[in-house]
Write a protein that binds this ligand. Structure first.
Ligand code: SPD
Length: 277
């Protein structure tokens, strides 16, 4: 049996190991090491700089939650930006909304898109959707030139080490605020409430000075460190559960995790975890 061992520094003294039958690809891009494995139990698995990004088995729990939560709080999301997300998993959820008019995916590493398209063809249709523009470049620079441009911004980044570090900083979030329209909402991958409490508290302290509404919600992804991962919900006006859009949810095809009940419950956090502390 071959074992992939996650070497990510964010696993807090523990290691995730996944049995695999074959390493399908390994490529050092200008930004990071990209690997794809055929695993024994979780289907194909994408790894960036030693950290698991997705497996065919459980990615839906991450991608549905990073996308459908903000999309069903915003009253009418027409223009959507995905930061990172080069694997296409978040994109595949956004294209499910017929009322969305434009989607920009801004990914710094074109090799992530190429290798994902090769190994995860289930996301290819989304890349070919006519509303989608793929921008290869640094999202932190791209967003500086945008004002009042996006209703929803989805920050689907890797961990805050390496190329994604800048996507967790104050300057970036200020630019995200400016790039959003009046009722705009941004969500971002924000690590595990079990393993990264200090990091999350720092992020929330920083973002409190930028967004009027900041909440944390979570999902369950067994192949991530601690089996759970959370998101920052940063909003200019809309509270996360007051006025969600059940009619829109009913129209979404093939959901396996997200539902109206999950939306309402995912913001309820365990007693030990105070995102501000
Ligand atoms: N610790 C791993 C966090 C991975 C977050 N990024 C996932 C990208 C999937 N599109």
């Amino acid at each position: 049996m071959n074992w992939f061992t996650e070497t990510s520094e964010t696993a807090q003294g523990r290691q995730v190991q996944v049995a695999y039958t074959k390493k399908l690809d390994s490529f050092q891009s200008g930004f990071q090491q990209i690997e794809v494995y055929e695993t024994v139990s979780f289907g194909k698995m994408l790894v960036l700089d030693g950290a698991i990004q997705l497996t065919a088995y459980d990615h839906f729990a991450y991608h549905e939650m990073i996308v459908h939560v903000p999309m069903n709080v915003h009253p009418d999301p027409k223009h959507v930006l995905i930061v990172g997300g080069g694997d296409g998993g978040a994109l595949a959820e956004v294209v499910k909304y017929p009322t969305v008019e434009t989607i920009v995916l801004c990914e710094i590493d074109k090799a992530v898109i190429e290798l994902s398209r090769k190994h995860f063809p289930e996301f290819n249709k989304a890349f070919d959707d006519k509303r989608v523009t793929v921008n290869i470049g640094d999202a932190a620079e791209y967003i500086k030139k945008k004002a009042n441009a996006f209703d929803v911004i989805i920050i689907d980044s890797s961990d805050p080490i390496g190329p994604a570090e800048v996507l967790f900083g104050k300057t970036f979030y200020r630019d995200v605020f400016l790039a959003l329209t009046a009722e705009g909402i941004a969500v971002s991958q924000s690590e595990s409430m079990y393993y990264h409490r200090d990091f999350i508290a720092k992020l929330f302290h920083q973002n409190k000075a930028i967004f009027p509404i900041n909440e944390y919600y979570f999902t369950l992804v067994p192949t991530y460190p601690s089996g759970t991962i959370g998101f920052s919900f940063c909003s200019k006006l809309r509270e996360p559960v007051d006025k969600i859009a059940p009619h829109r949810i009913e129209g979404l095809a093939g959901l396996r995790y997200y539902s109206e009940a999950i939306h309402r419950s995912c913001f309820v956090l365990p007693a030990f975890f105070d995102r501000n502390n």
